[in-house]
Ligand binder design. Structure first.
Ligand SMILES: [Fe+2]
Length: 54
């Protein structure tokens, strides 16, 4: 059960990274682009956290 929860969590974080990076590529507003890429970076740390929960 916990393994499945972590698996779904990892997928959710990877989806979030893709979403933020896609949106960053869609905008021409550099300020918004930077915010979105910063958030994508945070999501990458979440993948690390949820992949190594100990
Ligand atoms: Fe996240």
């Amino acid at each position: 059960m916990d393994k499945e929860i972590l698996r779904v969590g990892i997928i959710a974080e990877l989806d979030a990274i893709n979403l933020y990076e896609q949106m960053a590529n869609m905008t021409e507003n550099e300020k918004i682009k930077k915010i979105l890429l910063d958030i994508a970076k945070e999501e990458k740390t979440h993948v690390g956290e949820i992949s190594c929960p100990n």
